[in-house]
Design a protein around this ligand. Structure first.
Ligand SMILES: NC(=O)C1=CN([C@@H]2O[C@H](COP(=O)(O)OP(=O)(O)OC[C@H]3O[C@@H](n4cnc5c(N)ncnc54)[C@H](OP(=O)(O)O)[C@@H]3O)[C@@H](O)[C@H]2O)C=CC1
Ligand SMILES: Nc1nc(=O)c2c([nH]1)NC[C@@H]1CN(c3ccc(C(=O)N[C@@H](CCC(=O)O)C(=O)O)cc3)C=[N+]21
Ligand SMILES: [Mg+2]
Length: 296
């Protein structure tokens, strides 16, 4: 038996094309082009690669990309001043500050400085609160992309047992909130969880967001489970996820690959959030070009 490989790269390409159509419609309605500002502090090579690919995807969708590079030793106040300027810039609909930030900078202070209505990452506590209480806001891109892939693969998620491994503010917690909203029965596991294998064994849906290469074993899975691998781990053997992909392929019903699974969805959802922001800020209703309403 061999599981279905969920093609996140192809789904993301379709979503980006629909965002591109939405950008053209927004331009026709408002005379404006949506803009995304990305702030990169320091020279971390992996972060620089992400920022470049975000800029390229932004321009390919027909939007403006503004890139701000600051030195690794920038004063926190100078970084906050850049955010204040972007908050006040009418051409900027979305602001993303690439994480992680250098240790001398208070990440929470930076995230909280972003105007919640330009916070296309969905990391501001106001947007976390909106998500938790069911209000409109910005949903973090990675969990939003995971739900799109789940719905595309499984249809209605209502009543399914879901296990989220990881409880970070940027992936695990918002992922759990979205699955609750989809009426899953949600368990959140983390480093203190006892018997992780036993917890995973009950799950129809497994979301791995740990940051440990190939930690989740195929033998732990319930046969037929849908496995979403968020992990991005650079090893000597190349890029791998948090799931033992070969092991999962022989037990699961469907699995996302790394690369080509969740990662491309994150960037597509970032573009989508920027388009949503432009519509909200202009007071122009957004015409949903998506084939299903699953793209929330
Ligand atoms: N594909 C994409 O677009 C994205 C991928 N990522 C990737 O996803 C992964 C997770 O990212 P992020 O949430 O930021 O990571 P964090 O390091 O912030 O969180 C990791 C979580 O995993 C838990 N954990 C660590 N070790 C274990 C263990 N042995 N057993 C069970 N749980 C454990 C931690 O538990 P505790 O809280 O107890 O410490 C924590 O909650 C990383 O590989 C990252 O690179 C991240 C963002 C986007
Ligand atoms: N403010 C902020 N927002 C983020 O969303 C954010 C961040 N900071 N810091 C870093 C993490 C990580 N992240 C990824 C995005 C795309 C891929 C991606 O496209 N991955 C490709 C492979 C890319 C490669 O080869 O390295 C894939 O999985 O197929 C991966 C990871 C966003 N993050
Ligand atoms: Mg940190």
């Amino acid at each position: 038996m061999s599981a279905q490989i969920i093609d996140g790269k192809a789904f993301a390409a379709g979503l980006r094309a629909r965002v591109g159509e939405g950008v053209a419609a927004f331009h026709a309605a408002s005379g404006r082009v949506p803009g995304l500002a990305v702030v990169l502090v320091g020279e971390d090579p992996a972060s620089a690669v992400y920022v470049r690919s975000k800029g390229k995807a932004t321009r390919e969708a027909g939007m403006q990309s503004f890139e701000h590079r600051l030195p690794a030793d920038v004063d926190q106040d100078d970084l906050l001043a850049v955010i204040d300027r972007l908050n006040g810039d009418a051409e900027v609909d979305g602001i993303l500050v690439q994480l992680p930030l250098p240790p001398h900078i208070d990440e929470q202070a930076v995230i909280t400085r972003i105007d919640p209505d330009k916070d296309v990452d969905g990391f501001h506590p106001v947007n976390a609160g909106r998500l938790a209480t069911g209000l409109d806001g910005f949903v973090p891109c990675t969990p939003a992309g995971c739900v799109m892939l789940l719905k595309d693969t499984l249809g209605d998620l209502s009543g399914l047992d879901a296990v989220v491994i990881g409880r970070s503010n940027i992936v695990g917690k918002p992922m759990a909130q979205l699955l609750i909203a989809e009426s899953c029965t949600v368990t959140v596991a983390h480093s203190r969880t006892r018997d992780l294998a036993g917890v995973v064994a009950r799950a129809d849906i497994v979301i791995a967001a740990v940051g440990r290469a190939e930690m989740i074993k195929g033998e732990w899975l319930k046969p037929g489970a849908c496995v979403i691998d968020v992990g991005i781990n650079r090893t000597a053997a190349g890029l791998v996820g948090d799931v033992d992909f070969a092991g999962a392929m022989s037990v699961a019903g469907a699995v996302t690959p790394v690369p080509g699974g969740v990662g491309p969805m994150t960037i597509a959802c970032l573009l989508r959030n920027t388009l949503i922001s432009a519509h909200r800020r202009a007071g122009v209703p957004m015409i949903e070009t998506a084939p299903n309403g699953g793209e929330r």
